[in-house]
Design a protein around this ligand. Structure first.
Ligand SMILES: C[S@@+](CC[C@H](N)C(=O)[O-])C[C@H]1O[C@@H](n2cnc3c(N)ncnc32)[C@H](O)[C@@H]1O
Length: 411
């Protein structure tokens, strides 16, 4: 295995070129928005944090470099894609002198943070995996950032020894928000976290607001899963063996046999008249309105034979009602290069669940397309329902999450 110190020195000029191109691409994509963030991507030698990976991969704006897999082959650590690192650093609004806790190490993002906080600031990076802690320390030293406190621990408890923090930046997919993260924040502190709600992950910038956290911004993202005490595995409900599954993130009673039988019954199609775009927001809207919700996910076989629509390839928002379900699909709008959203539904209540879905598509189009989006609030578990704002309530171990969709003027 190559270590950071034996990196081919001829790589440096090529890396400089690739880094310049990466920064241009990140600006073009809107991921980099401010000069301090542009500066860290321009100057930190990203390839020193994944010395075994091809330079082109390390400097591609949108690819993560997997650095460790579990026994089943699932990625459990990576150098995150530059795009999502930039988005999260912008969300975090890091300023010189801040104290930052990074959850999930590797070194590269900690180096970015170190440059952003400057000599008056402090960065602590915690990882649950001793291999990652060792390599992060080695890579940071080789790149000249050995002032970072790299700590081996489960981040469920934060890192009290270096608290309080102005920012907590989480770089593993979190299903919940452990109290330690808010408890270890300064008064005006913020948490930026890839947060999974009903199977849909968004990087959310949370501010403290009295007894709870309120989102300031959120963006689509994907991350390796949180391990340790905070790990939370989705339930995979088989509808056609492993080939078609319904991924469900909450503990809801489901009529699995009827749902599997429904998939084999003829499908009902219903069209909405709503143009198919801004799919991330649309999916979040659907996911935070359905009483019972999952992500229908299919492999190639059932899609190719027409049993399931191609929209299910990566998991498509699905409303469940008893032994019936509906999910979104699309069809071309004649004479244009755009698509119309619609719904495929199966089961004895196919029509009712399809109509419910199409009504949601139309409400989103009428009241929310291109507007401010949702507000995500996290209250401590145990907060009585009467003290929660209106919205979709998702109960987690430590928090009661409320997602609401204020109606605002189009922007
Ligand atoms: C995507 S990687 C971190 C990427 C890194 N921040 C970078 O510079 O690109 C996610 C890391 O989170 C770590 N992790 C997962 N669960 C954790 C936990 N409960 N506490 C601390 N670290 C955890 C994993 O071991 C993994 O190394």
């Amino acid at each position: 295995m190559t270590t950071a110190r034996d990196v081919d020195t001829n790589a440096a000029p090529r890396a400089d070129e690739l880094r310049t191109a990466m920064v241009a691409a990140l600006r073009e994509m809107g991921a980099i928005q401010t000069e301090p963030v542009a500066d860290v991507f321009r100057t930190v030698e990203r390839h020193l944090f994944a010395p075994d990976a091809p330079l082109e991969m390390v400097y591609a704006a949108n690819s993560a470099v997997v650095t460790k897999r579990d026994e089943a082959g699932l990625a459990i650590s990576s150098l995150s894609a530059a795009h999502i690192q930039a988005v999260m650093l912008e969300q975090a609004q890091i300023r010189p002198g801040m104290r930052v806790l990074e959850v999930g190490s590797g070194g590269c993002n900690a180096a970015y943070l170190t440059k952003l906080v400057g000599p008056a600031g402090q960065v602590t990076s915690v990882d649950i995996d001793p291999d990652i802690v060792a390599s992060a320390k080695a890579h940071l030293a080789a790149a000249g950032y050995d002032q970072v406190n790299v700590v081996l621990a489960d981040a469920e408890n934060g890192v009290p020894d270096h608290a309080p923090y102005d920012r907590v930046i989480v770089t593993a997919g979190a299903w919940d928000l452990p109290p330690a993260w808010s408890d270890q924040l300064n008064g005006g502190g913020q948490i930026v976290v890839p947060f999974r709600v009903r199977g849909l992950t968004r990087t959310v910038a949370f501010e403290r607001d009295g007894d709870h956290l309120t989102s300031r911004d959120y963006r689509l993202c994907g991350f390796v899963p949180m391990q340790g005490i905070g790990a939370h595995t989705e339930r995979r409900v088989p509808l056609d063996g492993d080939e078609v599954v319904l991924r469900v993130d909450e503990d809801k009673a489901l009529d699995v046999d009827s749902l599997a039988a429904a998939l084999r019954s003829p499908r009902l199609e219903l069209w909405s008249g709503v143009e198919f775009d801004q799919v991330d927001e649309l999916d979040f809207w659907i996911g935070t309105h359905a009483p019972v919700f999952g992500l229908l996910t299919a492999q190639d076989g059932p899609i190719e034979c027409g049993l399931v629509a191609p929209s299910a390839k990566r998991g498509v928002p699905t409303l469940v009602r008893g032994g019936s379900f509906a999910y979104r699909t699309k069809r071309p709008i004649d004479g244009t290069d755009t698509f119309e959203t619609g719904v495929y539904a199966h089961g004895p209540d196919a029509r009712a669940v399809a109509e419910e879905y199409v009504e949601l598509l139309r409400r989103w189009d009428r009241d929310h397309r291109g507007r401010r989006g949702a507000v995500i609030e996290a209250y401590p578990a145990g907060t009585p329902s009467t003290a929660l704002p209106q919205g979709c309530v998702v109960d987690k171990k430590h928090t009661r999450v409320v997602i609401s969709w204020p109606r605002t003027q189009a922007s």
